[in-house]
Write a protein that binds this ligand. Structure first.
Ligand SMILES: Cc1cc2nc3c(=O)[nH]c(=O)nc-3n(C[C@H](O)[C@H](O)[C@H](O)COP(=O)(O)OP(=O)(O)OC[C@H]3O[C@@H](n4cnc5c(N)ncnc54)[C@H](O)[C@@H]3O)c2cc1C
Length: 451
């Protein structure tokens, strides 16, 4: 029998395993990972892991309040208070595991500073996995957990191939359900099943841990129709081939019609709504981001275009429409109407803040900021679809990472990361990796108290 079995080899699972091994030196700890050693690492491995901190020592002012505001007041204040308290210590702990952080200018806004690990989330997985092995943690790859048994003395986890492992405590850390077309259709409605995973890691998180825990008595929590999604270039095979310059142009569907207020907010405030609209509100779940030559003068543009496929460029709007395979007449009508609704005084244009440069009344949908006419050739276009990053619906846990059932915390069962339901409405951006690390570590420490 093991002291601890951890399900999942991402940020949350590996943090749990190491934290437990640090406390109980001779303990017997096993990590189960669905994928191979080369592929395992979940969303963490594919993420840049941008983290909303000023430095490893300092949280941004008002962080805890922002978290509650982002969840529309539905989040658990104790959970976010603990996250705020423990993030710096956890990041310093992560540095001791060999991960180095550097600061990062975030997208097109000067207001938002972030740190991120050198080498991104892949460096987190690699450092933590090596450290876990050094501490004597066993890792079993190609091991898909499918069932959870709760017992008085020990709990058990069963794999898809029938093998069963017993442990005093269990930490579940197997990600969300973004890789399950059936669950996406169930919770997001028609077309949910065709959402494109933004990375291979997202494609393999099929909600197993969430289902197993609920079948064993865990309560559900989080926003089950909530997801974090981003606009990506369908031509690219690259993970997170983001195109984030839509506020500085217009977006049309494949019939040449606008369907979204491109200037509703800064990118990180609108990318979920925008990518959802591309998927659910257009005739064929795709569109085009269109701009003109002035795009290249914006500071940070290159940072906001992460596709490896070049834009379509043309000297005239009509040639651009042909290259996009969009009806040139419909496209010309849309651009003419948009251009006519832009003001003449563009001196207030400022890509880094809400500049109030809106289209005139009568244009639908209006563009609320950064409305400049498209007039300077060459014109550019990027195709865009919605990439799903992670889901918000999960199981209930408390601020000690204990899984909550109908009668309160379930003995010796912990969970952390994406599979725990603490997000509502919209994702608090640059917080997902941080909370996986913080609560993974708390889960491991909690489990070790029962060894
Ligand atoms: C492209 C991209 C960009 C992102 N950018 C950021 C960012 O900049 N900042 C940020 O904070 N967050 C970002 N995120 C989100 C963040 O990376 C994740 O939410 C976080 O890393 C999740 O960690 P986790 O440990 O909970 O899950 P994961 O890292 O997904 O790990 C889950 C693990 O469980 C395994 N598993 C799944 N099912 C089973 C099973 N049945 N049995 C055994 N193992 C199983 C998986 O294979 C995986 O290894 C991004 C994500 C992606 C994909």
């Amino acid at each position: 029998m093991y002291d601890l079995v951890v399900v999942g080899h991402g940020a949350a699972g590996l943090s749990a395993a190491i934290a437990a091994a640090e406390i109980a030196k001779d303990s017997c700890i096993l990590v189960l990972e669905h994928l191979s050693e080369q592929d395992g690492g979940g969303n963490t491995k594919w993420s840049p892991a941008n983290t909303r901190m000023k430095s490893v020592d300092e949280m941004p002012a008002g962080f805890e309040r922002d978290m509650m505001a982002t969840t529309g007041g539905r989040g658990d204040p104790a959970y976010f208070a603990r996250l705020t308290r423990e993030a710096p210590d956890t990041m310093r702990w992560l540095e001791k595991q060999g991960v180095k952080f550097e600061s990062l200018d975030y997208l097109l806004s000067a207001e938002h500073k972030r740190i991120h690990p050198v080498g991104g989330g892949a460096a987190i997985v690699q450092s933590l996995s090596s450290q876990a092995k050094r501490l004597g943690v066993s890792i079993l790859y190609d091991a898909r957990a499918v069932r959870l048994y709760l017992g008085q003395e020990a709990h058990g986890v069963e794999l898809a191939d029938g093998r069963r492992f017993e442990a005093r405590s269990i930490v579940l850390a197997s990600g969300g359900f973004e890789g399950s077309p059936a669950l996406l259709r169930e919770h997001f409605g028609p077309r949910g099943e065709t959402l494109r995973p933004i990375s291979p890691g997202s494609g393999s998180n099929a909600g197993d841990g969430i289902r197993m825990a609920i079948e064993a008595g865990a309560s559900m929590s989080g926003d089950w129709s909530g997801m974090h999604s981003e606009p990506v270039d369908p031509r690219s095979d690259r993970a997170a081939a983001l195109i984030l310059i839509y506020p500085y142009g217009i977006v049309v569907d494949t019939q040449g019609n606008r369907f979204f207020d491109e200037g509703a907010g800064l990118v990180h405030d609108t990318w979920e709504r925008f990518s959802r609209a591309v998927h659910f509100d257009t005739p064929d779940s795709s569109g085009w981001i269109v701009s003109d030559a002035r795009l290249w003068d914006l500071p940070g543009t290159r940072n906001a275009i992460r596709t490896d496929a070049p834009p379509i460029q043309a000297p005239t709007l009509s040639e651009l429409a042909k290259a996009m395979n969009v009806d040139p007449k419909a496209f010309a009508y849309t651009v003419d109407k948009y251009n006519a609704a832009c003001g003449n005084d563009l001196s207030g244009f400022d890509p880094g803040r809400l500049d109030g440069l809106a289209t005139a009344d009568g244009l639908f949908p209006r563009k609320s900021n950064w409305a400049r006419p498209l007039e300077k050739p060459p014109f550019v276009a990027f195709p865009v679809v919605c990439g799903i990053v992670y889901t918000f619906g999960g199981i209930a846990t408390d601020a000690d990472a204990r899984v909550i059932g109908q009668n309160g915390p379930i003995e010796r069962l912990f969970a952390a990361g994406e599979m725990t339901g603490h997000f509502y409405g919209t994702a608090p951006n640059s917080v997902a990796v941080m909370r996986s690390l913080v609560f993974g570590r708390i889960a491991g420490q909690g489990a070790a108290a029962h060894f």
